[in-house]
Design a protein around this ligand. Sequence first.
Ligand SMILES: [Zn+2]
Length: 458
Amino acid sequence: MKNVLLKSISLIILAVIMTVSFVACQTDVTPQPTEAPATEAPTEVPTEIPVTPMEQILAELATLQFGEIKNVILYIGDGMGQNHVPATDAITGGRYDGKLAFEYLPNTAIVKTVCTEGEPDSASGGTALSTGYKGKRKQLGLNNKGEEVQNVVELAKSLGKSTGAITSESIVDATPAAFTIHSKDRSDESKIAQLQIENSVCDIIMGGGKAKYDELFARNEKDYNAYFSENNITYTAKWDDVLAWNGQGRLIATMTDDYWYFDRDMTPTLAEMTEQTIKVLSQNEKGFFLMVEGGALDEVAHNTNLMEVARHMTAFDKAIEVGLRYAYENKDTIIIVTADHNTGGLLPKAEADEYIEKHQKDNYISNDEWCWTNTGIHCVLEGERIAQEDNPDVDWSTLPYRFTTIAHTSDDVNVWAIGPGTAELMTTEKLASFHIGKFIGKALSGSEFGSTDSKGVK
Ligand SMILES: [Zn+2]
């Protein structure tokens, strides 16, 4: 175990060094539909978020006094089941006294992830968090009857606040889509790109997803260059353009084709994106709502690659740390960390071994055709074999946790939070993910938001 730990630490250090050196030599690949307007000087240089030592912030978290609510930052670990956290601590040794920073958030509860049928996916999970309604699988920003319902980004905009949705996944993937558009079909991703351009009110949408935007542009149905300048939208795939953006109009940035591979030196990091987005959004005196997704977490859990999960959990925690530094200085800010569903049914190794032994011969064919058609144990074993091949320095048999499926499960997840009203949220009876969506809407507006019945349907 000690050996694994040392190796993981050196891998992480190596990844950090490589990421830093990669920034200097990154080149962009394709021409952009539009560039950030260079004519206007930035309205205001974004204020840096002070760097108070994290140990000091974490030590004071439980006793901080908060005031009126102005901002909400919601962090979603895609597929982050309850064991993702202790597994990361066991593999990496944690970041602050054996733990991740967000484990120090004082208000916590167990959350039921919801869906009107079957295991929740990121569409139903994201919709519950973004609208306060229990929705159907695959559907984005719609209630159970398939009707469009207001999401928290639209609510925040109607109140004059600024808004953002950023991810280490593709921005057309279900979680960011549930916060930015409404659609019956999460799988039509170039349509989602079109809706994000033409229908969304979200000020900053940022992450991967360049391939789907390119697909939309290649259809030549519209002169998007003209559309972008007419509608004051900056679209870019360059991080430098994001840093240079003057904050006028909307920004859509897709800095990779799909999702972030931290072992492939991808930049910017989720923490860098979070910091830049908060700097811009916080210029608005009326406040902001920001959703930050550790989106790539889901991909690596589907792949049963526990080392990658630990790396992405660490990256996610670093992004949360940025929000915590902001909330520490601005005590009108709520921070919520949760998950949309559980991916992979991660268990402590002995329990997982027993489960896998017992279900070895199961060859369960799932009806979940959008993603994985076959969720038998042999898929877990194959995932582990590939993960072992990709991580030759790690002896997979010594890892302290193990996945038991490559699919989603309906297991409960956790929520951690800080800020005004968040202690009361935790006392909600049978806390389900749509309650968190309702809570955010009420925190932003002061009025009831989302579903009005106890089941989250009506
Ligand atoms: Zn998934």
